[in-house]
Design a binder for this molecule. Structure first.
Ligand code: ADP
Ligand code: MG
Length: 551
């Protein structure tokens, strides 16, 4: 009809579609998972909205996902009775890529997709995966507001059409004409298998050819003792949109002072290092099993955005608005209790399996450090989770601040650290000489950000954290146990006081404004000179970092 318009996809979307269409189809099944999870999201949104306002129409249409397989015509149809989309929503949601991250998002996604296209859902572009299997897709949708419906259609190659589609029920129907080599997806056995694999925890009935194939249950609300490892793993795969297993899982429930049920997972990988920019938080907030805040920014601090899972509290009012969630003191309390418990959990895991914790630390330590520098509230608790190499560890091995404090030398009242680009660089530098000679352990902070972290922390268990490049460093009252006798060096006559003063004066003259002063020191063992930090507020590594960032 004349009312059907043809539109071009946004350039980014075209690139995205190109990647999808030309990628290896090793995990093609995931397009079903993505579409079913979109349908479930739409149902959750509708359910949440209808708590506050009476539906405009189709009030009694049941909340469900219906899948039809037509293996004669090679089509697969997925229908939901969720929130639906208006014409404008169809165009923005299915024609553009909304992403706040870096400009070359699509290139980076292309890189990631080459390795594992199943991650596509993590980046908010899951819908487009349908073009792995589709020759043509039609999306018919009518929004819950009651506006008339529209049909969007595309073969994924540059353009789409959009036009009116009257007479629809509330929700969305996706009709997929399958490619020649993807006709297995018109078989109900294939679809049942995929739903069982990826979508068993969808909290609405998923019906394939009239039969409900998922087991509807909120796993987090069941007693721990009744849940098997396999069920926990399945749920992680579902909630994390992954086929991996989690590194840690934390199932927590409490009745007082607040009713909380939380099931949180630490993934194996840190998606932010793929260069995809900041990830959205991965924890959803429920009240009595009704989703009220997806990817919740309110229920956990930002630096815990790498966690996946759910939090449910029946103390929350069901019809709480997004704005009210942000300001709610109850949500703040939930957040505090959960965060403290989670930090405690990680600490216990670190004690019981240090090797595994080291793996966690390598992948997610950066988030813990972010917590120390950005979140005053948990700073001291987080100190326990930090790990560093030290003069007393093997290369690559790390210790906690507790381990350090517990074996401090006699008379030692501070925790010492020194930053450097590598362990070798630190060990060949002048700052550690005196520590080595006296047998006092010193932490090696090998990441540029580390000195900021320790500077923010300030002290740990009442011991000051002190960078070894401070001018006023004094180990004279500390008696450690030297590892080995220092090698015999031929003793030469020391310079006379006058000669020393003259040398320092000459050096100051040559160096001019580049140094504040040149002074004799008793700290040096083998090196002839070293640069120290006056005032000691910023360590030299922090100054370098600020300079590099142009401040
Ligand atoms: P994401 O689900 O991560 O937002 P997708 O590419 O899967 O990314 O979907 C893009 C958007 O399209 C969704 O955010 C949603 O607004 C809309 N959408 C997709 N499928 C449906 C559906 N079945 N019902 C309503 N809206 C949908
Ligand atoms: Mg999606």
């Amino acid at each position: 009809s004349a009312e059907v318009e043809t539109r071009e996809f946004q350039a980014e979307t075209r690139k995205m579609l190109d990647i999808v269409i030309n990628s290896l189809y090793t995990e093609r099944d995931i397009f079903v998972r993505e579409l079913v999870s979109n349908a479930a999201d739409a149902l959750e949104k509708f359910r949440y909205q209808s708590i506050a306002e009476k539906p405009a129409f189709d009030e009694h249409v049941p909340l469900e996902i219906v899948i039809d397989c037509d293996d004669k015509n090679h089509t697969l149809t997925i229908t939901d009775t969720g929130i639906g989309m208006s014409k404008a929503e169809l165009e923005t949601n299915l024609g553009t890529i909304a992403h706040s991250g870096s400009g070359n998002f699509v290139e980076q996604l292309a890189e990631a997709a080459k390795k594992d296209l199943s991650l596509i859902g993590q980046f908010g572009v899951g819908f487009y995966s349908v073009f792995m299997a589709a020759k043509k897709v039609r999306v018919q949708s009518r929004p819950a507001s009651g506006e008339e419906g529209h049909e969007w259609s595309s073969d994924g190659a540059g353009t789409y059409t959009i036009g009116p589609c009257p007479g629809l029920h509330r929700g969305t129907r996706i009709i997929i004409e399958l490619k020649e080599d993807a006709q297995e997806y018109a078989s109900k056995f294939t679809i049942e298998r995929i739903i069982q694999q990826y979508s068993t925890f969808i909290p609405f009935p998923v019906k394939v050819e009239g039969k409900t194939v998922n087991t509807v249950q909120a796993i987090w609300a069941r007693p721990k003792s009744e849940i098997t490892d396999a069920e926990y793993n399945e749920f992680y795969k579902f909630i994390g949109g992954t086929s991996d297993e989690a590194l840690y899982r934390f199932h927590f429930s409490a009745d007082a002072p607040l009713a909380i049920q939380a099931l949180l997972y630490v993934p194996k990988d840190n998606f932010e290092v793929l260069g995809m920019g900041r990830m959205e938080p991965g924890v959803n907030l429920y009240c009595q099993k009704v989703l009220i805040d997806q990817h919740s920014k309110n229920i956990l601090p930002e630096w815990l955005r790498f966690l996946k899972g759910v939090v449910d509290s029946e103390d929350l009012p069901l019809n709480i608005s997004r704005q009210a969630l942000q300001d709610s003191s109850l949500v703040l309390k939930l957040k505090r209790v959960l965060t403290k418990r989670l930090i405690k959990f990680l600490g216990e895991e670190a004690d019981s399996d240090p090797k595994k914790y080291q793996e966690f630390w390598r992948t997610f330590g950066i988030f813990i450090k972010e917590g120390v520098t950005s979140d005053f509230e948990y700073r001291d608790d987080l100190g326990k989770l930090l790990r560093f190499e030290s003069s007393a560890t093997e290369a690559g091995e790390m210790i906690s601040l507790d381990t350090y404090v517990n074996r401090m030398a006699q008379g030692q009242d501070a925790i010492y650290y020194i930053n450097g680009p590598s362990r070798a660089a630190v060990e060949h530098g002048p700052y550690v000489e005196m520590f080595r000679q006296k047998g006092v352990e010193i932490l090696y902070t090998l990441e540029p950000v580390d000195d900021f972290v320790l500077n923010h922390l300030g002290k740990y268990r009442d011991r000051k954290l002190v960078s070894a490049d401070r001018e006023d460093l004094d180990l004279s009252k500390t008696t450690g146990t030297p590892q080995a006798e220092p090698p015999e060096t031929p003793k030469e006559e020391p310079l006379s006081q006058d000669a020393l003063n003259a040398l320092c004066a000459w050096m100051k003259e040559v160096l001019g404004d580049r140094v504040e002063a040149v002074k004799p020191s008793a700290r040096l063992v083998d090196s002839p000179a070293m640069i120290v930090n006056v005032g000691g507020f910023m360590t030299s590594s922090m100054e370098r970092l600020l300079k590099a960032s142009g401040q």
